[in-house]
Design a protein. Structure first.
Length: 251
């Protein structure tokens, strides 16, 4: 019966997303004719706040932040590159509402084809890449990343590249730390236990609390990208085991 209840509430949540994203995306696309940059970002990403509120009210998915003082330190540091754990859709929706600066996501360009959601996202200052063309993709990340950080945006890259099942670790790729080292930008590691409530590649949500743990800002000056990423990975995976020990009981 419990799982049936979760399924019903999740179906209502998906309906909430569909009913709200269409008018909001249309409004954002029209607004993009008259405004760009930061004002358009906050207007468009407000829908993501509605999505997170819907997850809380309809499905009982709450969150709490650990290490808020580290986020305040990052806010005073200027440009920052966020390197979060990636377990579900939740963090992609939640982070714009949690961070004090506009976020510039690095993502595969196929997401732009999602009706309404992708169309609106395509009007924002984001970096959409063709993963099949690695050299071209990196050049775009380096060029646009530097440009958008100069405008006050924070860059966000998921080091594992894709959503990873709860209790597991993906292969951490050094693209984010490579950008950090090449631009002299510090990185901010983030652990997030979102799969506890919103499993990977699923829209069946379970009630509970998601922990978002903000690590200390790590300078990139004088570092090597691979070595810096190993430090990020070590902290994130250790923090994941501290926040969600049940998921790692067998490892």
């Amino acid at each position: 019966m419990q799982k049936i209840g979760w399924s019903i509430r999740s179906a209502l949540f998906v309906l909430w997303l569909a009913l709200t994203v269409i008018p909001w995306a249309i409004m954002s696309i029209i607004a993009s004719i008259f405004m760009r940059g930061t004002p358009l970002y906050w207007l468009t990403t407000y829908w993501l706040r509605l999505a997170i509120v819907g997850a809380r009210v309809i499905c009982g998915v709450r969150h709490r932040i650990v290490g808020a003082e580290n986020l305040r330190d990052a806010d005073r540091a200027g440009p920052v590159i966020l390197l979060p754990k990636h377990q579900s859709t939740w963090e992609t929706f939640a982070f714009p509402g949690l961070m004090p600066h506009p976020l510039c996501y690095v993502f595969k360009r196929e997401l732009l084809m999602i009706p309404f959601f992708g169309w609106a996202m395509g009007r924002l200052d984001m970096i959409h890449i063709d993963r099949s063309k690695r050299a071209e993709a990196w050049n775009k990340v380096a060029e646009q990343g530097q440009k958008f950080m100069a405008q006050g945006n924070w860059i966000i890259m998921f080091p594992e590249g894709t959503r990873i099942p709860r209790g597991q670790a993906g292969q951490y790729k050094a693209g984010g730390t490579r950008l950090a080292v090449s631009t002299g930008t510090p990185v901010l590691p983030i652990a997030v236990t979102s799969a506890r409530c919103w499993p990977r590649k699923s829209f069946t949500l379970r009630p509970g609390t998601i922990d978002v743990s903000i690590g200390k800002l790590i300078p990139s000056a004088g570092r090597e990208p691979d070595e810096l990423m190993r430090e990020v990975q070590t902290w994130i995976e250790a923090e994941m085991r501290r926040l969600d020990p049940q998921a790692y009981a067998s490892t």
